[in-house]
Write a protein that binds this ligand. Structure first.
Ligand code: PMV
Length: 330
């Protein structure tokens, strides 16, 4: 019998960044991190558990997944059940894939949840988060909405290295203004980039050492709904992470000229008294955190520097979607 489930998850943006692994195979982090879920942007994934085929079938954004992507999907399904049958996975994002917008986070969170629903394995959220983590580290933070911390954990098998919700989506209604500098694929993937940084960056030990204090500061700022305090530590964590990337051998530079122009726009907004703080991930796009009321002014100011600007709020939990009998998911 075919069993099928569809799940939806939001990408997340780290305010205190994850860059570096203490265990590469299990995706165990060298630093703790904290992120916020983005509303409106999402990945929707349908898993059909048990198909009559010689191999899994993986479709991403309407096309057959590359062998590399398909292998990552199959590996995650094996974590749900190593004795599993062949499966069909269809997944689509409503936002650019692999452009530093954490598409792998929402993808593996939605995949873990849909696969659990289709297989009937009934893992709890923490277990699904630890499974999603093995697909992509940041995915362990996308099982929940709102503000989510990823504790490093201590166990060798990684079962205690999963997300933990610090505050739900309705705790704090801020805006995240996304400035799309370039929607193409990034030149260096985060997995390879992190390993290269740990291997060759002379500042990597300082990055690892200072991360727990940044995490504690960001957590306090989120709980107190103090945007300036959060913004300061977010920019610091961002710049420290990019500094280690830049000083990796060979150098990893995700920024493009418009990335820096956007940062200058944000600094100018602050000089004008508008509270806005920036962050960038493994890509050139800039995400700016501000009060909801300031979002139109922030978006207008950034529009001149970049191709496209999106104003987003704080997203909710990853969820299983009900099957529509009239329009079954493909
Ligand atoms: O887990 P990955 O491979 O998606 O790595 C995410 C790394 C950053 O986006 C740069 C930082 C973060 O914490 O999301």
């Amino acid at each position: 019998m075919k069993r099928r489930a569809t799940a939806q998850a939001h990408p997340n943006i780290a305010v205190v960044k994850y860059w570096g692994k203490r265990d590469a195979a299990l995706n165990l982090p060298a630093v703790p991190s904290l992120s916020v879920a983005l509303e409106r942007f999402c990945t929707r994934t349908t898993v059909e558990w048990g198909i009559d085929a010689a191999a899994d079938s993986v479709e991403i954004n309407g096309k057959a997944g590359s062998p590399k992507a398909a292998a990552r999907v199959s590996a995650l399904l094996d974590l749900i059940d190593p004795q599993r049958p062949r499966c069909r996975v269809q997944t689509a994002n409503n936002f650019p894939t692999a452009a530093g917008l954490a598409s792998s986070a929402s993808a593996f969170a939605a995949l873990a949840l849909a696969a659990d629903g289709a297989a009937g394995t009934q893992f709890n959220r923490n277990q699904l988060s630890a499974i999603a983590r093995q697909g992509s580290g940041s995915a362990c933070r996308s099982l929940w909405g709102g503000w989510v911390e990823w504790r490093m954990g201590e166990a060798d098998d990684g079962h205690d290295s999963h997300g933990l919700q610090v505050a739900p989506a309705d705790h704090w209604d801020i805006a995240v203004v996304v400035a799309m500098v370039n929607e193409g694929e990034k030149p260096v993937d985060s997995r390879g980039g992190m390993l290269a940084t740990a291997r060759s960056c002379p500042f990597y030990p300082a990055w690892v050492e200072t991360a727990p204090a940044d995490l504690a500061e960001a957590r306090r700022a989120v709980i107190a709904r103090d945007l300036e305090r959060l913004g300061r530590v977010m920019e610091w964590s961002t710049l420290k992470m990019h500094a280690t990337m830049l000083t990796t051998e060979p150098s990893i530079r995700y920024w493009q000229p418009a990335t820096l122009s956007t940062v200058q726009v944000v600094e100018e907004l602050r000089r004008q008294g508008i509270g806005a703080w920036y962050t960038m991930d493994a890509g050139p796009n800039v995400k700016v955190f501000c009060e909801r009321a300031d979002a139109p002014a922030v978006a207008r100011a950034m529009a001149g520097a970049v191709n496209r600007v999106e104003v987003l709020g704080v997203g909710g939990d990853a969820v299983l979607l009900p099957e529509d009998p009239e329009h079954p998911s493909p």
